[in-house]
Design a protein around this ligand. Structure first.
Ligand code: GCW
Length: 676
């Protein structure tokens, strides 16, 4: 039975665990700080949840190594029991090992112990806990961040799972138990940072950094802290004048510098381990250094100096572009913006500034090329931003399993020398070394009982944590893990896994195949509106006419393709070598252009839209097969979403096909219905 509230941490009886129960009945746990205590408690709860009994808990000092049981500690505290091979792992790393009759779970640090406990429980639930375990893991990404776009009035920007988990009516207002349960879910997949307010810091959210709110912010941070998760606050760059009543927010003005230093000191009195500030500046109406003729390095470094004495970091978003564009002007290309703004500043940022770069040059579209900043930045700390909330991918009404896309991103080769795939570039920053230090992603969670609106969208939250921890995992492996953990071993797990894997290709087909982007309803971003953004100021055009569609981004066009390493620049600039799923991103092509399958581009547009709809219809039918298998409410809530998805797919199919039929006068070669 699925209790959707518990997501992938279901209560169920695991039969015949390979590890025999006696060892699991006694636990010797390192009593270090609060994360170690939480790890011990999670172990106890987990065994209770999966095996139905609560182990006896003793301090580590009570276990002699001779006494049979589970030993929970850090690698240092379990040194005597651990073979020397363990060595030093990265922060968050762990060892799970059977040693004689005992089981050892040892973290490099307390967070590592917590992750080790969750990994062990996950293996147990998946029936993979062997009686002779010897496992060692380290997170690939040091920074594993969840962003919340929650507003203090309780709304969530781009939220599709109910109101905010944290705020209501202008104040912190939450159920501490629920936040603890959320922190548990996040920690169980390795998340170690969370930003708790929208990057658009407007209205009362500007007051979050004042004493009126900091006590509450500190109480929330305290819940996450037990789970090894540190909090970021999003700040408004204009705060010195909007809040502080200074005449300016110019980053080079000494009064502004002092204002931020004092403000940081105040905030750190309340939250001593605050991870730092997250900043969206000069973007979509937010204030920033450009207003004062300063660079983004000036802005970021000023803030970095304010938080530095407290061990804080500034995460500075690269989502900076002109959103007042003139559609008549074909020379300007929004896709170029992040690279054009930030590449010249490589090396100009302080060592506690980290750039947060959206995975693609636009804005979380269904298919975009990976941003050319990755691999190119050599002297600046940076992370990649993904989007778990389904802004452009179906609003958690349509099923869209995002690890499918993330796997492609991880495997994208930036072509800067050998081992230059995104997954190879991830790592720990050190003197002179500037790898991708991790990921941030906007959460898909809210107050809905199942957290994510669509129950199967839980797989996206789970998958995010898993793939950034281990980018070598495939989307299919993650889907399998999640389905088994959530639904157990029956037909429901099988169906769920299968549906997840079908969902992304189906969505891409009826929504935006060939990298075309932005044919979506403006503002809302759900449902088709083919020319909705065509004459707008946002710089997201496809420029379809009677003969051709797409933007020429070759050197002869906007030159965007030249922002990549030479090998990729050449690959993308030639339609023959450009991956077909990005063809219309890089090229303007006639509808009679012949694609790899021998059909015209136009026929391919028709085919994908017909197929996408048919696949959505088949997914709905497949789900119906679980009618007598699942709890009625879970079955029904997912069913109603599949029904709405089908209606959505139908609109996409018919509006797009009709649009191109009207433009070209050429019908579907196979004679399927295209409305006039
Ligand atoms: O895509 C846009 C979204 C905005 C969001 C912005 C951003 C938080 O439509 O809602 O604002 O991206 O990433 O800053």
């Amino acid at each position: 039975m699925l209790n959707e509230y518990h997501c992938w941490l279901q209560r169920r009886t695991v039969k015949n665990p390979a590890l025999q129960a006696p060892v699991l009945q006694t636990v010797y746990a390192h009593s270090g700080g609060e994360v170690a205590s939480q790890a011990a408690e999670e172990f106890r709860r987990g065994i209770e949840r999966l095996l139905g009994f609560s182990p006896a808990m003793y301090p580590l000092s009570a276990g002699t190594g001779e006494s049979v049981g589970v030993y929970l500690g850090t690698i240092a505290t379990l040194e005597k029991q651990l073979p020397r091979a363990a060595g030093k792992l990265c922060a968050g790393g762990f060892v799970i090992k059977t040693a004689g009759k005992n089981l050892l779970i040892a973290g490099q640090d307390e967070a590592g112990l917590l992750y080790g406990v969750f990994r062990f429980l996950s293996l147990l639930a998946q029936g993979k806990a062997e009686d002779n375990i010897d496992l060692q893991e380290e997170p690939a990404s040091p920074l594993r961040i969840i962003n919340h776009w929650d507003n203090l009035d309780g709304t969530v920007e781009r939220g599709y799972a109910g109101p905010s988990l944290f705020y209501r009516n202008g104040h912190f207002d939450y159920d501490p138990q629920r936040i603890e349960d959320y922190a548990r879910l996040l920690a169980s997949v390795g998340i170690n940072r969370i930003s708790i307010n929208n990057v658009n810091v407007r209205a009362e959210a500007k007051l979050l950094i004042t004493e009126a709110y900091l006590t509450d912010a500190a109480a929330l941070a305290a819940i996450f802290r037990r789970f090894g998760i540190r909090v970021f606050l999003s700040i408004n760059f204009g705060a010195p004048w909007s809040l502080g009543k200074l005449p300016t927010a110019d980053p080079l003005d000494p009064a502004v510098t002092t204002w931020w230093k004092e403000r940081a000191a105040l905030i750190y009195r309340y939250i001593p381990d605050l991870a730092g500030f997250l900043v969206k500046a000069d973007s979509e109406g937010e204030p920033g250094p450009f207003q004062y003729g300063r660079t983004h390095a000036d802005g970021a470094n000023m803030l970095a100096q304010a938080v530095k004495p407290h061990g804080g970091e500034i995460i500075w978003r690269c989502f900076v572009y002109n959103c007042q564009q003139d559609w008549r002007d074909h020379s300007f290309d929004r896709a170029r913006a992040a690279y054009d703004h930030f590449m010249p500043l490589d090396g100009a940022f302080d060592d506690n500034v980290i750039l947060q770069i959206k995975f693609g040059p636009y804005d979380f579209q269904v298919r975009e090329p990976v941003s050319p900043l990755f691999g190119a930045l050599r002297k600046t700390r940076h992370i990649m931003e993904l989007q778990i909330t389904q802004e452009y991918t179906g609003h958690q009404i349509d099923l869209c399993y995002l690890p499918w896309l993330w796997e492609d991103i991880m495997r994208f080769d930036t072509a800067y020398g050998p081992d230059s795939r995104i997954k190879d570039l991830i790592g720990q920053h050190s003197e002179g070394r500037f790898p991708i230090e991790g990921f941030a992603a906007v959460a898909n969670t809210g107050l809905d009982r199942n957290w994510t609106g669509h129950t199967l969208a839980q797989a996206n939250l789970y998958g995010y944590g898993r793939i950034i921890w281990n980018p070598a995992l495939s989307a299919a492996e993650i889907a399998r893990e999640w389905s088994v953990l959530s639904f157990g071993f029956g037909p429901a797990a099988h169906t769920a896994e299968n549906l997840l894997l079908k969902s992304y290709p189906a969505y891409e087909k009826y929504n935006a195949p060939f990298g075309v982007c932005f044919m979506v309803t403006p503002g809302l971003h759900y449902g088709p509106n083919i020319e909705g953004y065509e004459y707008s100021r946002w710089g997201t055009y496809h420029r379809a006419d009677a003969q051709a569609i797409g933007i020429d981004r070759r050197p002869a066009g906007t030159g965007y393709s030249d922002q990549y390493a030479a090998k990729n620049a050449a690959l993308f600039a030639d339609p023959a070598s450009c991956p077909e799923n990005l063809l219309l991103f890089f090229h303007r092509l006639r509808y009679d252009y012949i694609m790899k399958n021998g059909e015209t581009l136009l026929q391919n547009i028709y085919d994908t839209h017909f197929e996408g709809y048919d696949e959505a219809a088949a997914m709905l039918e497949q789900w119906k097969g679980l009618k007598n298998v699942l709890e009625t409410d879970v079955y029904q809530s997912v069913l109603s979403r599949f029904e709405r998805q089908l209606a959505n797919a139908r609109e996409w199919r018919d509006q797009i096909n009709t649009y191109f039929f009207r433009k070209t006068g050429i019908g579907d070669k196979r004679g399927r219905m295209i409305y006039e």
